[in-house]
Design a protein. Sequence first.
Length: 115
Amino acid sequence: QVQLVESGGGLVQPGGSLRLSCAASGLSFSSYAMSWYRQAPGKERELVAAIVSTGSSTNYGDSVKGRFTISRDNAKSTVYLQMNSLKPEDTAVYYCRATYIMTYWGQGTQVTVSS
């Protein structure tokens, strides 16, 4: 059974940082492209960042470029999202996604940026 478990969300002040983790199990992690999406209330789910299976290439949504960094550790079957200079508009539920032959989603973790 495939599981993607996000962690690291929480409440942070504007300008602060958080590091999200997504631990995968039940799949051949190193074969999967991994990505982070987010969904704010009343808005569509949007791509935040993506990384290929080897980690050699990344892609970011325009709103987070230069502030967020995606990385992965294939030995630990984990993908990370380092979020710096957080803004109130970054508030959302953040989801991890694994894509290869199939696509799997995690359950999400809430990130709230507020003073």
